[in-house]
Design a protein around this ligand. Structure first.
Ligand SMILES: [Fe+2]
Length: 394
């Protein structure tokens, strides 16, 4: 399964971000192997009633999740009932399919690195030419990848710019004409920005598509972050006394708010927000088995360290130590180890010996402590010799 670049090719990321992200749909042909019927069958045959909230059906705009009647007494999925429902005109929905299929890991990694966001992949399987959802818009961007068969799509554009709230959005006028309609064939990808009205219908032959969701950052997110920061200030936490308009306490609070915004809403506010978000984002999780279980307990030259934190961690000095925060966890280390961390972050992994070389002024025990602190923070895993376990996991 491809990463982001294969979904937008031949555009570069810069061109895609400039012309399409949040603005304009894009149709591309994915020049990479995609998961198809075998991977989907494999996931269905192993699904159990524990996964029930991930499954649903839609038909003629009715959507039903967590259906009761598709389970066997042993907890397995009653696939004959599933097939009957689909033959009967339902669209079968398999949410979070990426948790059941490792083929989306490159895309997950790209989106995590670029947006500090996780990707959710929902799959839609249908055969009859019946409306599943009808025209609607999603509150996140979507890469719809046709995995098998074909589907007929219609895009109607926007009725509101970058909408977030379905309750307050302008409805699609009756008789609205599509801005684009056509078939999405196996191996094609359709990017649909948030808020763009769309509908899809099968054509009478089995169709399976994956909808990969992308939640980006908005200016409103930055303001929410500032509001959370405001709660660190006692003057802004204080209750406002009731009284006539403009009385002394209200005037004092208004001044406090203005002062806070003057200090905080500076031209670098977006960068500060993104840095904080990168520090709080949970590192990607890699099992690294079985190698990680047999790595030496003491960090030494026989160990390789694989790193999952931000590529450019924010580092600052606190007394005698340097500090960075990964996944909300503080990592403290000796100042002479700064270049070792930068090397690790830049390359995503390195033999311990290379880390020592990157920080020649540092004592070897300080470099080892840095590696151990990263592992305790969940941002690194130690592997013996080579990165085979991690490579296999990716
Ligand atoms: Fe949709």
């Amino acid at each position: 399964m491809p990463g982001l670049d294969a979904l937008i090719a031949p555009l570069t990321r810069e061109a895609f971000f400039d012309r399409h992200l949040g603005r304009e749909h894009l149709i591309s042909t994915v020049d990479a192997a995609l998961p198809g019927w075998p991977a989907f069958n494999h996931a269905l045959e192993r699904a159990t009633v524990e996964d029930r909230r991930r499954f649903g059906f839609s038909r003629e705009r009715d959507v039903e999740f967590d259906p009761d009647d598709i389970w066997l007494r042993n907890g397995g999925l009653a696939l004959h009932k599933l097939r009957a429902r689909i033959r009967d005109g339902h669209t079968f929905i398999f949410n979070s399919f990426n948790l059941h299929c490792g083929a989306f890991s490159a895309l997950e990694r790209d989106i995590h690195d670029l947006f500090a966001e996780s990707v959710n992949v929902n799959c839609y399987l249908s055969v009859r030419p019946r409306i599943g959802f009808g025209p609607h818009w999603d509150d996140h961007d979507v890469f719809a990848i046709q995995l098998e068969g074909r589907k007929y799509w219609a895009l109607y554009g926007f009725t509101d710019a970058a909408p977030l709230d379905r309750e307050r959005c302008t409805p699609l006028p009756d008789g609205a004409k599509p801005v684009w309609e056509g078939f999405l064939e196996k191996g094609q990808c359709l990017y649909i920005p948030r808020g763009c009205w769309h509908s899809a219908v099968s054509t009478g032959s089995p169709s399976l598509h994956a909808a990969c969701s992308l939640n980006g950052v908005t200016g409103a997110d930055v303001l929410e972050w500032l509001a959370a920061c405001a709660r660190d200030h006692p003057a802004l936490r204080a209750m406002l006394r009731p009284g006539p308009p403009g009385h002394g306490d209200h005037a004092r609070a208004a001044r406090e708010i203005c002062d806070f915004l003057t200090r905080q809403a500076t031209p670098d506010v977006i960068e500060r927000f993104l840095k904080d978000r990168a520090m709080q984002a949970e590192p990607r999780q890699i099992a690294g088995l079985p190698d990680a279980l047999i790595a030496p307990q003491t960090v030494s030259d026989g160990v390789e360290i694989h790193y999952f934190g931000p590529a450019q961690p924010e580092i600052w000095r606190d007394g005698e130590q340097l500090v960075c925060v990964i996944g909300g966890v503080e990592v403290r280390f000796a100042p002479a180890c700064r270049d070792a961390l930068c090397r690790l972050a830049e390359h995503g992994g390195a033999p311990f010996a290379a880390l020592r070389d990157a920080a020649p002024q540092a004592h070897v025990s300080d470099v080892a402590e840095l590696a151990e602190a990263l592992e305790r923070a969940g941002a690194a895993v130690m592997l013996p010799g080579s990165l085979t376990g991690v490579d296999a996991a990716q």
